[in-house]
Design a protein around this ligand. Structure first.
Ligand code: ZN
Ligand code: ZN
Length: 424
């Protein structure tokens, strides 16, 4: 028997700024320290005095899990535990976030460098030990390098899922469910507790058909994407169906591709990704960017929500012609230009506003578990495992908690700032 103390510094009854402080056997471990960039101004998690911390472990590079980590290095150095690819991709995203943010960010490049200097790099299956507590990374199937984090001592086994997927995508294998059944406590995401994603093949075929129609008419199929994960998934889908039209990649997706090319062993089909990258054309500069708009072709560029990156430029241009299409391929965050385009057909940026004459489409290529996968996770868990639900809107998390309790599990849906003491 052991007591576990948890404090939720962010990402509780909300999606964004994931941050969980875990106390076991006198040790304090921080699981993720993210920043929410959904609204206008970035939202940081609640503060934690770094001198109380023994280490920070980061599940994956998305900013809602990694974006506040440099804050921990302003006054101290602690081990930064992640997979090697999560470290390099986090570095890429954090630097870009610092460059583009119009708001004050409470850390500087030197803290980002200090974070990397303290990297404890763990490949999947490898351990880091703090006294008799061991920390292990397990493939989460969400984005390249993403992991579930297992924390184990002689008396307990805790699994923090981070963002994860049990289903395969073109890019990645789904997470291995065997690891779930060993945990006494599962801290799991609940993003899509109320929703099942459509079958993968269906989404792929509908997407490919749309792209072919648009380029067949001489138009540009513009796909705004998140630079890490979705950009590579879309490239793989296009390679899988052998689409033979120019495919342009722009913005930070170019650097992300390069980093992922150095870690091909993490991918489901390394050859498919290699082929996809070799077939695609990196946009070189502004002249090139303007030239490719004469079409036809496919343009894959961040930012996914049409906020920042070259996507604003592309959207302003392609929206004027009905031969073109803007094709969204991920969850469309409320209060973003992308959401406004889908809901109203109007695009508004700091430099342009007006009706979108181009075709508007949306396809679901989620790399998160849907409802059935979340329920499967719960049913694979040990009979007396305890469950804590995070990374979901309040309603989603509460619905999943109901199901979890029906399965006989003691289940918690903490609020931000809440502390829990759980006996295992
Ligand atoms: Zn994520
Ligand atoms: Zn997330």
């Amino acid at each position: 028997m052991a007591d576990v103390n948890l404090k939720f510094l962010g990402g509780a009854r909300e999606v964004g700024r994931s941050a969980i402080l875990l106390g076991i056997e006198e040790k304090q471990l921080l699981l993720d320290y993210g920043v929410s960039i959904e609204g206008e101004e970035p939202q940081f998690p609640l503060p934690v005095p770094p001198k109380r911390l023994d280490a920070v472990a980061v599940s994956h590079a998305h900013l809602d899990h990694s974006g506040a980590v440099p804050l921990l290095y302003v006054s101290r150095s602690i081990p930064f535990i992640s997979t090697p690819l999560t470290a390099t991709l986090s570095d890429l995203l954090i630097r870009d976030f610092m460059k583009l943010s119009k708001y004050y960010i409470p850390y500087e490049i030197v803290e980002v460098e200090k974070m990397l200097d303290n990297l404890v790099s763990l490949n999947y299956g490898e351990y880091f030990e703090v006294n008799d507590i061991s920390i292990k990374m397990i493939d989460a199937g969400h984005i390249p390098g993403s992991s579930m984090i297992q924390i184990e001592s002689p008396s307990l086994n805790i699994l923090y899922t981070g963002d994860y997927s049990l289903h395969d995508t073109c890019l990645l294998r789904g997470a291995n469910p065997n690891d779930i059944s060993k945990a006494d406590l599962i801290i799991m995401e609940s993003t899509y507790a109320e929703y099942n994603h459509p079958p993968r093949e269906e989404a792929e075929k509908a997407f490919i058909n749309t792209v072919l129609e648009v380029v067949g008419n001489g138009g540009i199929a513009f796909v705004p994407v998140f630079a890490i994960g979705r950009a590579q998934e879309i490239l793989c889908v296009l390679a899988k169906y052998d689409i033979d039209v120019p495919i342009y990649v722009d913005g930070m997706a170019r650097a992300a591709n390069d980093l992922i090319m150095e870690n091909l062993d993490l991918l489901r089909e390394p050859k498919l990704f290699q082929k996809a990258v070799e077939k695609s054309i990196k946009v070189r500069d502004w002249d090139h960017r303007k030239k490719i708009l004469s079409g036809p072709g496919i343009v894959i560029s961040p930012a996914g929500m049409l906020q920042g990156g070259p996507s604003e430029f592309y959207m302003e241009k392609i929206m004027e012609n009905s031969r073109n299409a803007v094709i969204f391929v991920s969850y469309v965050i409320p209060e973003t230009p992308a959401r406004q385009v889908i809901e109203t057909g109007i695009y508004a940026s700091p430099t342009k506003r007006g009706p979108v004459k181009a075709r508007i489409e949306w396809f679901d290529f989620s790399a998160h578990c849907g409802h059935d996968e979340l329920v499967k996770t719960l049913s694979l868990a040990k009979k007396d495992a305890k469950v804590v639900l995070v990374h979901g809107e309040e309603e989603s998390a509460l619905k999943l908690a109901e199901l979890s309790r029906k399965l006989g599990k003691e289940t918690y849906v903490p609020k931000i700032g809440e502390e829990l003491k759980i006996a295992l």
